[in-house]
Design a protein around this ligand. Structure first.
Ligand SMILES: Nc1ncnc2c1ncn2[C@@H]1O[C@H](COP(=O)(O)OP(=O)(O)OP(=O)(O)O)[C@@H](O)[C@H]1O
Length: 296
């Protein structure tokens, strides 16, 4: 199995509005995948389609080579931690572990107990009395102890303070090193994702704008700064992602596989955050020149 998730022209419509459209992506195995986009971009919709909680309106999706949620065996292979770290307020921490053991055929009780102890969670405490960070860690523990091949986390750190965010993401990274599994997690902040993700998908306005391995994305995107130039005068293999101009100067973010040697330009590398923001800002560039989507 080489793909964790494959989508072909995938779409989901609620009434007349498309929450996700024309989504074609191929996520290879062995990655921690970040799904980033503004509020309402379609992240939860894509994740629910992958988890089998939603049926596509258009196109196809396969997860770990099978139809999402198609069989109990398929369900056991995918862990899904929904937005707002869902736990049962009236149940204790220990109750959650018992429930997890009963519902999941591959449940790793030793790992769940060890993790709870390491986190300092008291088994007799009710989940409703835990802090937001503790609830998130409990939900992550339940997702990990299921021993999924793919763990999907929908905005897991949205409600956490910076320290709790860091601890949560560190725990997730340690778990991916200790146990071999794939992760897809979403956030509307790239800063949450850049520490842990090595594959990034940017979703804006229900469409995938960019998808690929972070190293490759950073190697093939550049910021060009120099004397003012019309985007149409750039070589055809330099695809404009965003463009900003002053009276005398132009700044482009371009995607180009080959190195850029034009002496007129100062060429600089982008941070992942700059790159994601350039794709979010892409509408501006599209008014000047349409660039094909980076889908690699
Ligand atoms: N059950 C639903 N019925 C109708 N519209 C919906 C439903 N769920 C989502 N939508 C709409 O689909 C669009 C995408 O929503 P989605 O929850 O996938 O976005 P998101 O990127 O996860 O947003 P957020 O970051 O705010 O959680 C939004 O416009 C939303 O209002």
């Amino acid at each position: 199995m080489t793909s964790v998730l494959q989508a072909q022209a995938l779409g989901k419509r609620y009434g007349k509005r498309w929450a996700l459209r024309e989504c074609t992506i191929d996520i290879p195995a062995g990655h921690v995948v970040g799904l980033v986009g503004p509020n309402g971009a379609g992240k939860t919709t894509l994740l629910k389609l992958a988890g089998g909680q939603l049926e596509p309106t258009a196109g196809d999706i396969t997860v770990l080579g099978g139809r999402p949620g198609g069989t109990p065996a398929q369900l056991a292979r995918v862990g899904f931690v929904a937005q707002d770290t869902p736990v049962y307020a009236g149940l204790t921490v220990a109750d959650h572990l018992r429930l997890g053991a009963r519902l999941n055929p591959r449940w790793d009780d030793g790992m769940a107990r060890e993790r709870i102890a390491q986190l300092g969670l008291v088994p007799t405490h009710r989940a409703g009395k835990l802090s937001g960070g503790q609830r998130a860690q409990l939900a992550l523990t339940l997702g990990l102890a299921k021993r999924p091949e793919l763990l999907i986390l929908d905005e897991p750190v949205a409600s956490l303070d910076p320290l709790a965010r860091r601890e949560f993401l560190q725990g997730l990274t340690e778990a991916t090193v200790a146990h071999d599994f794939n992760v897809v997690l979403s956030s509307h902040l790239v800063s949450d994702l850049e520490r842990v993700c090595d594959f990034m998908i940017v979703l804006v306005d229900s469409r995938v704008q960019m998808a690929g391995e972070v190293d490759r994305l950073l190697a093939t995107h550049h910021r060009l700064t120099g004397p003012r130039r019309d985007p149409d005068r750039l070589p055809a293999d330099q695809h404009v992602i965003s463009a900003h101009h002053t009276d005398r100067q132009s700044t482009f973010v371009v995607r180009a596989d080959a190195p850029i040697h034009d002496p007129a330009w100062t060429v600089t590398r982008l941070s992942l955050e700059d790159l994601v923001l350039a794709y979010m800002d892409r509408q501006t560039a599209e008014n000047r020149r349409v660039a094909p989507e980076a889908q690699r």
